[in-house]
Design a protein around this ligand. Sequence first.
Ligand code: ADP
Length: 644
Amino acid sequence: MQSKVNNQTNQLRWVILLLAIAVILPTVCLLWFMTQAVKNESLAIRQKLIDSYAGRAQEIFFKYPDGFINDQNNFSASVIYDQNDKIIYPVHSIQNTTVLSDALQKVWKLEYSDKNFDEAIKQYKSIADTSSTVEVIYECQTAIARCFVKQNKITEAIEEYRKLAYPDSNTINKNLPPAQIAPAGLMLAEMYSKVNHKDLPKELQKQLSDSTGLIIPTETRIFVLSRLIDLAKTNGLAETLKTEIQTAQKIIDSDSISLMATDYLEKHSDLKPFPQGVFRKIEGRQSVYGIHFKSSGRNRLELLTPEKMSQFWQKNADDFTDKLVFCRIYDDKGLQIAGDRTVEGELFSTLNLKNHFAGFKAELCLQAGVFKEAANRQMLIYIWVAAIVISLMLISSLLAGRAVLRQAKLNKLKNDFIATVTHELKTPLSSMRVLVDTLLEGRCQTKQQETEYLQLISKENIRLSKLIDNFLTFSRMERNKQAFDIAPASPVEIANNAAEAVQTKFEKANVRFSLNILKPLPMINADKDAMVTVLVNLLDNACKYSNDNKHIELNVFAENNSVCFAVKDNGIGLTRRQTKKIFDRFYQVDTSLSRQAEGAGLGLSIVKFIVDAHKGKIDVESKPDKGSIFKITLPIIKSQAGEM
Ligand code: ADP
């Protein structure tokens, strides 16, 4: 027996182990496949991104920038060469080669050392009157005006500067070069400003407009224009002369850029580092980008400030940027000129820009986290799928395990059943055989003894039939074939029938039996015969498990829309633990062979099965040596519920 149990546990262990392997192995494989799939997915996503952005990058980094040079307005300044490759713009200051006469130098001494301004003015005038050189006359006239200023004779100074700024066609001044007229114009405006002259706005306007068009040394033009703007501003004319100031400012800016570029170009003397039509950075006092063009044998360098270059590329970089990608642009010197500098991203492609921007580079990057996000999303899907598959596998293996366990239990039940049936049938059969043998052999002495033996045989027979009945009911129950004939039935009739069935037995066993029916009782839906079987089983048990002086009651009463049948005895009772088990099949409290009561431990499981089929319930109240109450509660027919 022991080895059989061991064998079964071993088998069960194997089954559980196999089931575990059946779950664990596919799970591990699934997880491995998933990680591989996620890896492949990341590569695929990266490739997809590169492909999808390649077209857009083509437009933004190659096509648009080519049109850039067509618009002259895009450029900030230029350097222009003549046919001999001499820079003609920006214009450089003319060296003053005029050798001034000794006479003039003497007058300077009077002006600067002796501060004898009246005498100096007189002598400057006489030199001017006798000279026929335009530079000498210009020098004298500016000196006279200067002396008047020093004497604070502003009206006289204004007169002198006006002669220079507005040369009379009859005088020699008409030959004055613009490079000298412009500073004189500025001085005239300065004098007007000093005396708050009413003509100041007009004069400033004229000087600002004239100076922009003059071909004068670029540095002089920057100086004159800046000073004129200052004058306009300090005299509260910034608003009135807004347009003129703006134009002048633009010229100052582009002049400065051009000058800056020539600083560098003079040092390097030629345009070698400038392949035609390609932007190159010029690193002078301040950096500037230049692009070299040659047309009709003349060289020209168009200039672009780093700010403008950055602006242009930033616009393109912005066009390219979206939720997934962004870019960084680098110039020919490798300096980043556009694109986000701070954002971290993953580089997925580097483009070498072409044509006018050859030497420039664009780095295309994935926004930080985007890639991870996509991969994470995919991962989440995989995790879900895996979780579902694993749970399905677990559930199915649990179900399989349960089925296996149930099968094992059923096998055990069958074995128990056979063992119990054999054991229970053997006892009455062997006692019947002994009695029959005795009768056959004619060993009975009296007729009375013969009758007694026959009665004993009949009793054993009845017991045997009852036992077989129970087995059959149980067997049908197991196959779920016990079909009940449920119909409205009277609880009184059921109780009476049961009482009748046990009457003879109880009389013989000296049982004090009382049947208490608390009328009126409503009808119940029940299989009458099955319910009688239930009560007979309970009453039988009450009798079987009571010692001498048996007192058994069957109480029938109505309670909360139900009818109760309570079988009460003063028998051996049950412990709480036993109470929980008595409805299990084949369970018996006393399993010793010497036990008095007959039965196979099936009675109460049959009772519970029938009560459950009637949607009722069974409660047990019991204490060892104090007796037990088995109470069955069955619902009454619904239509009567209200009447109660
Ligand atoms: P059996 O055929 O052994 O009577 P039952 O299923 O009817 O099987 O009962 C199961 C066990 O419950 C019994 O073996 C007995 O030990 C216990 N039992 C049943 N009814 C009573 C009762 N009224 N008082 C005490 N013990 C009881």
